[in-house]
Write a protein that binds this ligand. Structure first.
Ligand code: SF4
Length: 389
């Protein structure tokens, strides 16, 4: 089984917190799909080292940037290029069953019209991920988002009317003007809409963002950890009460609606990333395309990426990090099989595992899996750091 990520590196406006690679300029948009087609052709053999059955692409994720700034005709050309090059299940692009094929696209609420939503359905999209971030207009203005609360709610309803039965909404917490009451109100609204999937992230300070500048100049103070932890616990409690299952630190879903594509990152399934800034993974090798749309769109430039072979330590740490952020944890068997040196690595981290167990931060199950209990997910990054070899 394999996955493809397709990056659309364009936004109509940059949000003040965003560290993802995207450009606002519209001059490259016409050149982008031909450039993507070139990379699709060049990467046609990417999965060929896998067994034939494993080469089937079971998840396709179009992210950004803001994919919904492109018209569906442009998206269709890219998808046709993928269909002509890679192996998809027979039912792909026709099914609503994410186990057969999951096809997600990220959208911004203000791009959604009835026509656009219907056209996405016709392309075979069966899962929508919509960046809402807050249902309060003053927060959206502060973040630099393009949409309003009412546009987000109306876009959700439009997507439903177009037939989307698998919608994920994103929220952000832990930013300066968000009060606990407003956070509860955001949760009230999202639960009223009842999407199949919710992702919720604590605001981070990414390098080279306006937020980083404001924080470093002392013009912005982020809420303290206790406040953020309180909001995270409220999130966990409210979503659990509403029947959502937390399957990863930042991700919650109704039964059966976990993101297959993101789960495959955490399971270390091979995936191909296309577009500037996109990452790929196969056979213990990670590659990343240079985050430069102008270079990417220049047909005379053929050096688009670099990569590295992961060391046994890297592989071991990745299995730990990705596994421990999920509800399933990291299996000792998988760690043990990761390299000939893994037994040494496990002995090296055994005292740290025991120490974290004593503190209640880790659980070692009878089936040989180490897990972070969900009530400790908020401090998962710190716990995981203690275990790295
Ligand atoms: S958060 Fe999304 S819409 Fe905002 S700048 Fe980043 S990629 Fe673009």
């Amino acid at each position: 089984m394999a996955g493809i990520y397709l990056h659309i590196p364009f936004c109509d406006k940059k949000c003040i917190y965003c560290g993802f690679y995207s450009v606002v300029s519209k001059t490259l948009r016409d050149k982008y799909i031909p450039a993507l087609q070139r990379e699709i052709r060049e990467r046609g053999n990417f999965f060929s080292s896998l067994y034939p059955a494993d080469q089937t692409v079971k998840t396709l994720y179009i992210g950004g940037g803001t994919p919904s700034v492109l018209n569906t005709e442009s998206l269709k050309q890219a998808i046709n290029g993928l269909k002509a090059t890679f192996c998809f299940p027979n039912t792909a692009f026709l099914t609503d069953n994410p186990d057969e094929f999951e096809f997600t696209i990220e959208v911004n609420p203000d791009d959604i019209t009835s026509d656009y939503a219907s056209q996405l359905r016709q392309l075979g999209v069966n899962r929508i991920s919509m960046g809402v971030q807050s249902f309060q207009d003053q927060h959206l203005i502060w973040m630099g988002r393009r949409h309003t609360r009412s546009q987000a709610i109306s876009a959700f309803r439009t997507l439903r009317q177009a037939g989307f039965k698998n919608i994920s909404l994103d929220l952000i917490f832990g930013f300066p003007s968000l009060t606990r009451t407003q956070w509860e109100e955001n949760l009230d609204t999202i639960l009223d809409l009842s999407p199949e999937h919710i992702s919720a992230y604590q605001l981070g300070v990414d390098p080279n963002t306006p937020i980083e500048k404001q924080v470093s100049q002392g013009k912005l103070t982020l809420p303290d950890e206790e406040t953020c932890e309180g909001m995270y616990k409220t999130l966990q409690r409210r979503l659990a009460e509403a029947g959502y299952f937390q399957y990863e630190v930042s991700n919650f879903c109704k039964e059966g609606f976990h993101s297959r594509h993101n789960s495959s990152y955490w399971n270390r399934t091979p995936y191909l990333g296309l577009g500037p800034g996109a990452h790929s993974f196969i056979n213990r090798k990670r590659e990343w395309n240079f985050p430069d749309a102008a270079t990417y769109c220049n047909p005379t430039i053929t050096e688009l990426r670099e990569g590295e072979n992961l060391s046994p330590e890297d592989v071991f740490n990745e299995i730990l990090m990705l596994g421990l952020r999920t509800i399933g944890g990291a299996a000792l068997k998988t760690l043990r099989e990761s390299s000939p040196q893994s037994d040494i690595f496990i002995s090296t981290i055994a005292p740290a595992i025991q120490d974290q167990e004593r503190k209640g931060n880790l659980v070692l199950t009878t089936t040989g899996t180490i897990k972070i209990p969900p009530e400790k997910f908020f401090i998962s990054d710190g716990i995981i750091r203690e275990l790295f070899v």
